[in-house]
Design a protein around this ligand. Structure first.
Ligand code: ADP
Ligand code: MG
Length: 251
């Protein structure tokens, strides 16, 4: 069954058709990739999926529910989690606290609601600790639990960003360029982490420029150029698609 269905999504900014009638579906237990040159409309697509911006036309269906007009925090609570293209963490807090905060926040749609629920049901905090260590282990960050986030190197901060999004316990995790600025070893570590996320039962929708990594981790990919989807398929199909080679891979 499709977890996410994107139907004819369009968004224009002034003279730029950033997203042009884009459709695709992400199934459960899938890593789905969006590739395409800079300015192709990939981040805008993520912003439309999470209601950070409203589409001009088209629909987003998540778990059979039309979420096109839902508020961003409602969408997050429904199980659609995301990271951003730029670093987004509490740098003065420890790695563990970053994960715990994200995990507590998932249980309510407001800060005080979270505190109240934690107060009424202290076991939530306990479950949060267990869950946090489970996630840190998956991210290979358990040895850094007490380190301040700002003291981590670039690669580990990248892992932490994904771990924070995972701590909100999404069913589908949206990752925007998680390998940006990473060296080959860090890229390999992030790839392994994303595969482990899928194996632990969370589907992933990922935007990334590193073609080699995308071909390795994705089950299915769409290629976006100038806001339009020009091809869709498995890594092998995409690699051998003449239109893709022409428009993107060959450039
Ligand atoms: P990608 O993530 O594929 O690199 P983006 O989705 O960020 O591309 O951008 C697609 C196009 O939309 C670009 O031409 C960009 O300049 C434009 N764009 C994105 N966001 C805005 C915005 N908030 N206002 C105006 N133009 C935007
Ligand atoms: Mg982008």
């Amino acid at each position: 069954m499709a977890l996410l269905q994107v139907q004819n999504l369009s968004k224009r900014f002034g003279g730029v058709q950033a997203v042009d009638t884009v459709s695709f579906s992400v199934k459960e237990d899938q890593i789905y990739g969006l590739i395409g040159p800079n300015g192709a409309g990939k981040s805008t697509t993520f912003n439309l999926l999470t209601s950070m911006i409203k589409p001009d036309s088209g629909k987003v269906i998540f778990k059979d529910k039309d979420i096109s007009n839902e508020k961003p925090h409602k969408i997050a609570m429904l199980g659609l989690g995301r990271t951003f293209q730029h670093v987004n963490l509490f740098s003065e807090s420890t790695v563990l606290d970053n994960i715990l905060m994200a995990n507590y926040c998932r249980i309510s749609d407001s800060f005080w609601g979270t505190i109240w629920k934690s107060f009424k049901s202290p076991t939530t905090l306990l479950t949060g600790q267990e869950k946090a260590f489970e996630i840190l282990k998956l991210a290979d960050l358990e040895n850094y639990a007490d380190e301040l986030a700002k003291n981590l190197d670039h690669g580990h901060q990248g892992m932490l960003q994904i771990a924070i999004a995972l701590a909100t316990e999404p069913q589908l995790l949206l990752l925007d360029e998680p390998m940006r600025g990473m060296n080959p070893i860090e890229t390999e570590e992030i790839s392994d982490f994303i595969i482990k996320i899928k194996e632990s039962g969370t589907s992933v929708l990922i935007i990334e420029h590193d073609m080699k990594a995308m071909m390795k981790i994705c089950d299915q990919l769409s290629v976006i150029v100038y806001g339009k989807k020009i091809a869709e398929g498995t890594p092998d199909e995409i690699r051998n698609n003449p239109e893709v080679i022409n428009a993107y891979l060959g450039s």
